[in-house]
Design a protein around this ligand. Structure first.
Ligand code: SAH
Length: 218
């Protein structure tokens, strides 16, 4: 049970002191085995206070950033949630613990497949994954109560705004390709209200309504 104590230390040393206070969010971080989502060669770093490479030039986000984004979503257990940027699937698992259903889109097929294997082997049944351009959302199951984008965008993709429910909430890092501000966007009476949650650094959201495609993945 070595990993259980590492998870406890991650929560107590990285999340709580930085202001993550939601008890359900902290419980999810104590429960979800982050080490199952990192490459075997980086197992000893699984609970470190930093992002890690997961292949295709992408990263599993730093635990604190995953926690902050999750807390910003304000989940109560009933929400249909859309995630853009499945990556390792770790954030997806955290969302699956706290929301009713999670739909998650990843542009790299290989990452989506690996994430699916890990989520299946942990028994998550309320998760639906697909490979594709998430800047266009996932129309088939829209609208969503919550939308989380885990890659940095120049602007909020219009498709995502149109797939957000009334009284819904979208969380997205907005800015340049190198640094962003984490934003909460709320939809009230058909209007969008923006709130800044602080600086962050994410890999770019690449797609039709994001940054230009340069690597031919999708
Ligand atoms: N939540 C993930 C974060 C991965 S990094 C984790 O913690 O593991 C962000 C991910 O967004 C990358 O895997 C990247 O490939 C993906 N991404 C970038 N642009 C995308 C797009 N247009 N549609 C779907 N996924 C995208």
């Amino acid at each position: 049970m070595a990993y259980e104590s590492e998870r406890g230390a991650m929560v107590n040393e990285q999340l709580v002191p930085r202001g993550i206070g939601d008890k359900e969010v902290l419980a999810a971080f104590r429960k979800v085995p982050r080490h199952e989502f990192v490459p075997r060669s980086l197992l000893k770093d699984a609970y470190g206070d930093y992002p890690l490479p997961i292949g295709e030039g992408q990263t599993i986000s730093q635990p604190y950033m995953v926690a902050l984004m999750t807390e910003c979503l304000g989940l109560s257990g009933v929400e249909k949630t859309l995630e853009i940027g499945t990556g390792s699937g770790y954030q997806t698992a955290i969302l699956a613990e706290l929301a009713k259903t999670v739909y998650s889109v990843e542009r790299f097929q290989g990452l989506s497949e690996t994430a699916a294997e890990h989520l299946n082997s942990l028994g998550y049944k309320n998760v639906h994954l697909k490979a594709g351009d998430g800047t266009l959302g996932w129309k088939e199951f829209a609208p969503y109560d919550r939308i989380l984008v885990t890659a940095g965008a120049p602007d909020v993709p219009k498709s995502l705004l149109s797939q957000l429910k009334e009284n819904g909430r979208l969380v997205i890092p907005l800015g340049s390709a190198f640094s962003q501000v984490l934003m909460i966007v709320e939809k009230k009476s058909g209007k969008f209200f923006y709130k800044e949650m602080g600086g962050c650094v994410f890999v770019p959201l690449v797609g039709k309504e994001g940054w230009e495609v340069k690597d031919g993945a999708g």
